[in-house]
Design a protein around this ligand. Structure first.
Ligand code: E4P
Length: 214
């Protein structure tokens, strides 16, 4: 499964690259706002550091505006993927951007029916926000599973990108269902390493090693 880091923080991006786990990055307006940088300075730098797709979000709500914004974002670097919301105007824009060869990540997705429409208009990625569904007592992982099944049933090429994950179980569920990509925050990625038994065994081994004659 491909790992994307969900952030606009260059320090985190550099660190995950050092870990050997950086396949790509997804940003959103909230992440960008947290950095305090302007998109003009930040986006080219992220695209330069990342050897893989970088999702940058279009914020327009009308098809013409989204297409124009998408073209501008795509001109920043070859690895840009334009994030587009799964609204009617957004999907019209996705269809037009696809015709121009511009890759898209259809975002703010909460149902399999939305994902079906996104695939039909030629989205490159679909991003169901699983954690946000769980928060309102819906099963986000089940929605992602439905999308997997639908895409497999019809051979859609749109990639399932499980997003808004909150903990390692979300990542594991994504891998078990055969998601193409999972995007996660830096903290969640670090949690994947953790196991109390690993820590306990290492501590025991190091203690025993002190008793070995040298
Ligand atoms: C994914 O592409 C989004 O940036 C991200 O997962 C949004 O999720 P969150 O704001 O609920 O964490």
């Amino acid at each position: 499964m491909i790992f994307f880091l969900d952030t606009a923080d260059l320090a985190q991006i550099e660190e995950v690259k050092r870990l050997g786990l950086l396949d790509g990055v997804t940003t959103n307006p909230t992440h960008v706002a947290k950095t305090g940088a302007t998109p003009r300075e930040l986006y080219p730098e992220i695209c330069r550091v990342v050897d893989g797709p970088v999702s940058l979000e279009a914020v327009g709500l009308e098809a013409d505006a989204i297409v124009e914004e998408g073209r501008q974002l795509a001109s920043i670097a070859d690895n840009v993927v334009v994030k587009v919301p799964v609204i009617k105007e957004g999907l019209i824009a996705v269809n037009r951007l696809a015709a121009e060869g511009i890759r898209t990540n259809v975002t703010t997705t909460f149902s399999a029916s939305q994902a079906l429409l996104a695939a039909k208009v030629g989205a490159t990625y679909i991003s169901p926000f699983v954690g946000r569904l769980d928060t309102i007592s819906h099963d986000g992982t089940e929605v992602a599973r439905q999308i997997r099944r639908i895409y497999d049933n019809y051979g859609f090429e749109t990639k399932l990108l499980v997003a808004a994950v909150r903990h390692p179980m979300h990542v594991l569920d994504a891998a078990l269902m055969g998601a193409d990509v999972c995007t996660m925050a830096y903290d969640v990625m670090l949690q994947l390493y953790e196991h109390p038994l690993t820590d306990a065994v290492i501590e025991q081994f190091l203690k025993d090693w002190e008793r070995v004659p040298r």
